[in-house]
Design a protein around this ligand. Structure first.
Ligand SMILES: Nc1ncnc2c1ncn2[C@@H]1O[C@H](COP(=O)(O)OP(=O)(O)OP(=O)(O)O)[C@@H](O)[C@H]1O
Ligand SMILES: Cc1ncsc1CCO
Ligand SMILES: [Mg+2]
Length: 270
């Protein structure tokens, strides 16, 4: 499709990311911790799950990027999330926010407002999460999306303009925008939402690409989503269900090279 319109092709970004193997600080939930670390390692990055308030800010100053995910939120997490986000901003490091089910409870809404005020570079969520930011009623059920990704494109654009961040909505088709330029990424598989925490893991991978090209958060996000889409499609072709998909997906994240990614990514200007 129109990959050539991106300043950096996803393949070129993948090569650069693997050459750098960036250190990505992932403050993610208890469910995602293991699969997210494996996804980053398979793709070629170096994850570190460092979240304690006593060290999260200091660590953010040495990491290439920070990712923050509120999936299993409790007071234990919040101090570390905030000090890491502040330190990342102060040191000019990109940070990615994954607002898991932020609409579900008063507590999640309050913590989300505090984190958004710390100016994430990129927000990555499913359709229900992005729709809820626009104040519209979303169809989400807990952490799972209940809305079509297409329905979240308008809210994503509005959110990107309002906050001056890159916003990515994932689902059957992904949509990424910085409020000016927008892309759709096709591919992936319906098996992906049947394996827990792949979205959380993708947020970590967005962090890895953003660490590689901190000055290009839009292109970096597109590259991460394109790698997931191509790897997901290839893994589904070999899988007989969510279990074997999960294994094949990690193998594909490691096996896909720059040329394959550029040849198979289906990226459309939106
Ligand atoms: N129906 C689908 N068809 C193709 N790909 C999909 C589909 N649903 C999700 N994906 C892909 O799955 C990955 C994770 O996105 P998803 O929207 O499921 O995240 P999420 O809801 O935040 O996940 P989680 O909270 O379980 O971590 C993305 O790469 C997305 O493109
Ligand atoms: C299942 C689940 N519950 C809280 S976080 C999480 C991982 C997917 O978001
Ligand atoms: Mg999610």
């Amino acid at each position: 499709m129109q990959t050539q319109l991106l300043i950096h092709s996803p393949g070129q970004m993948l090569e650069e990311m693997r050459a750098q193997a960036p250190l990505v600080q992932c403050i993610t939930n208890f469910v995602a911790m293991n699969i997210a670390a494996n996804v980053l390692l398979a793709a070629g990055a170096s994850p570190a799950m460092v979240s304690a308030q006593e060290e999260a800010g200091e660590f953010a100053s040495i990491a290439g990027a920070l990712t923050v995910n509120i999936g299993t939120l409790s007071p234990l997490w919040v101090g570390g999330m905030k000090s890491a986000a502040k330190a990342a901003s102060e040191h000019g490091k990109p940070w990615v926010f994954d607002p898991v089910a932020h609409y579900a409870t008063t507590y999640r809404r309050a913590v989300t407002a505090e984190l958004v005020a710390l100016k994430p570079t990129i927000i990555r969520g499913n359709a229900s999460e992005i729709i809820a930011f626009a104040g519209s009623k979303s169809g989400g059920k807990g952490v799972d999306s209940g809305d079509a990704a297409r329905a979240a494109e308008g809210p994503a654009l509005g959110l990107a303009k309002q906050l001056g961040t890159v916003v990515a909505v994932t689902g059957e088709t992904d949509f990424v925008t910085d409020g000016q330029t927008s892309w759709r990424i096709h591919g992936g598989s319906p098996l992906m939402p049947r394996v827990t925490a792949l979205g959380c893991s993708l947020t970590g991978l967005v962090g890895a690409f953003a660490a590689t090209r901190p000055e290009k958060p839009l292109d970096a996000t597109v590259a991460a989503l394109a790698l997931f889409a191509v790897a997901g499609e290839a893994a589904a072709a070999q899988a007989s269900g969510p279990g074997s998909f999960s294994v094949a997906f990690l193998d594909q994240l490691a096996a896909i090279d720059a040329a394959t990614l550029d040849a198979q990514a289906r990226i459309e200007a939106a």
